[in-house]
Design a protein around this ligand. Structure first.
Ligand code: SAH
Length: 249
């Protein structure tokens, strides 16, 4: 039986070294290549851990097992790519913990059959969550206000050739009216209140999941369902997301 890698795995030096014959492949991305087989086993360990933490939706577990998170982090952090931790992605921003990504997407899918339709993500960051979303939705519109990260996400995602992910540079507080109405809206940045544009652009029957500051001044996950009768809002667990900011930079 093949030996299972430990958790967290330390990728061997051998795997980190790019083959001498293929320097032309090292273009825009500095992410290490060739971790495929081993990283798949490590991802399965991550998925088992997510399941043990209570995540149940097979669509989410499948997506989390499929997306190579190590391709979205700096090479110095690759060994931590499958740990349940948030990691810096540059410009003072962070990629969320796998558990939080999975939890939010599970909330988006709750009560929905099969795949979601069009989804809007606010805060593309490095593009990891957009890649996970691409497995559970027909179309993903992901918007980022920092040009540097928008470009980084584009470069990170190129490898995956995800035809259903549309990266947008702009202020996500305004949503993206051209893609509306959305079956789901998910924010990776937390504001003081929920922008009206998000509520407007949510489809009836759709769901919004976003970290937002609550009455106690703490950030918590907010779930909003848009129904024929209006909005239904629930406040869930406390979370720690980077701030939602207006404008572009
Ligand atoms: N989903 C991302 C997480 C990135 S962190 C990932 O998988 O990497 C949250 C991101 O939200 C940051 O990149 C930040 O720049 C961005 N952000 C904050 N306010 C925003 C706004 N108004 N519009 C778009 N992006 C915003």
């Amino acid at each position: 039986m093949a030996q299972r890698p430990g958790f967290p795995i330390k990728f061997s030096t051998q795997e980190k070294v790019a083959p001498a014959k293929a320097p032309a492949k090292k273009t825009a991305s500095t992410n290490p290549q060739g971790l495929g087989l081993d990283s798949s086993a490590v991802r399965q360990r991550m998925v088992q851990k997510l399941a043990a933490q209570g995540l149940k939706d097979p669509r989410v577990l499948q997506a989390m097992g499929a997306v190579e998170r190590h391709r979205f982090v700096e090479s110095a952090l690759v060994n931590q790519a499958y740990e349940d931790t948030s990691l810096p992605i540059g410009l003072g921003q962070t990629i969320s913990k796998p558990n939080v990504v999975a939890r939010m997407i599970e909330l988006l899918l709750e009560g929905a059959d099969g795949k979601l339709g069009r989804v809007l993500e606010i805060g593309t960051g490095c593009g990891y969550q957009a890649a996970v979303l691409s497995h559970v939705a027909t179309e993903v519109y992901s918007i980022e206000r920092l040009k540097g990260l928008h470009e980084k996400a584009r470069s990170n995602l190129r490898h995956f050739r995800l035809a259903n992910v549309h990266l947008l540079f702009g202020d996500g507080m305004l949503g993206y009216p051209k893609g509306a109405p959305y079956a789901a809206i998910i924010s990776a940045a937390g504001g003081e209140t929920l922008p009206q544009a998000w509520l407007d652009q949510l489809a009836v029957g759709g769901r919004l999941v976003a970290p937002t500051v609550t009455a106690t001044g703490q950030q918590a996950l907010m779930v909003v369902d848009k129904t024929d009768q209006g909005f239904k809002q629930s406040v869930l667990e406390a979370v720690h997301f980077v701030p939602l900011k207006s404008g572009i930079s």
